[in-house]
Design a protein around this ligand. Structure first.
Ligand code: OFO
Length: 164
């Protein structure tokens, strides 16, 4: 059985993951409208991956006898100056999610809720990958600066992503 505080915080995390999906869908739509199809595809896949994260928390709450309460999802931004600005925002967002996961883990440890700690371990590892993915793209975009040739190449490379 989940404690009241963990039930509340895990429900908040379902919302955070849905918002992550919203942010990446919004970025994907922005890139589609600018004809950067590769960036758009990468972010669309990322958005779908975020839905699976929300689903993991959702299922866990139910499996532990808690009640899922869906909260309103905030409206995401819709425009960015360029690819670098969008991916920098993505990186900041992932750093925020890492802090959220650490916060959840702190509570689970304090409450000696081992099942929640075990479930969160997957997210601790996942966040290392999430931050690394965005950091790598941000670093490449900084190198590309305003070179259209480099940006076309990067767009083409990211367009090869076919799974989360
Ligand atoms: Fe991007 O890892 Fe979930 O939110």
């Amino acid at each position: 059985m989940l404690s009241r505080i963990l039930e509340e915080e895990l429900n908040k995390q379902v919302n955070e993951e849905l918002f992550s999906a919203y942010v990446y869908f919004a970025m994907s739509a922005y890139f589609d409208s600018e004809n950067w199809k590769g960036f758009a595809k990468w972010l669309r896949i990322q958005a779908l991956e975020e839905l699976t994260h929300a689903d993991k928390f959702y299922n866990f709450i139910i499996d532990r006898g808690g009640k899922v309460e869906l909260l309103p999802v905030e409206k995401p931004p819709k425009d960015w100056k360029n690819a670098l600005e969008a991916f920098e925002e993505g990186l900041r967002h992932e750093q925020h999610i890492t802090q959220r996961i650490n916060h959840l883990m702190d509570i689970a440890v304090k409450e000696r809720d081992y099942a929640t700690q075990s479930m969160l371990k997957w997210f601790v590892d996942e966040q290392v990958e999430e931050e690394a993915n965005f950091s790598e793209i941000v670093a490449k975009l900084r190198l590309a600066e305003d070179s259209p040739r480099a940006l076309f190449y990067l767009d083409h490379e990211l367009g090869k992503r076919d799974k989360s």
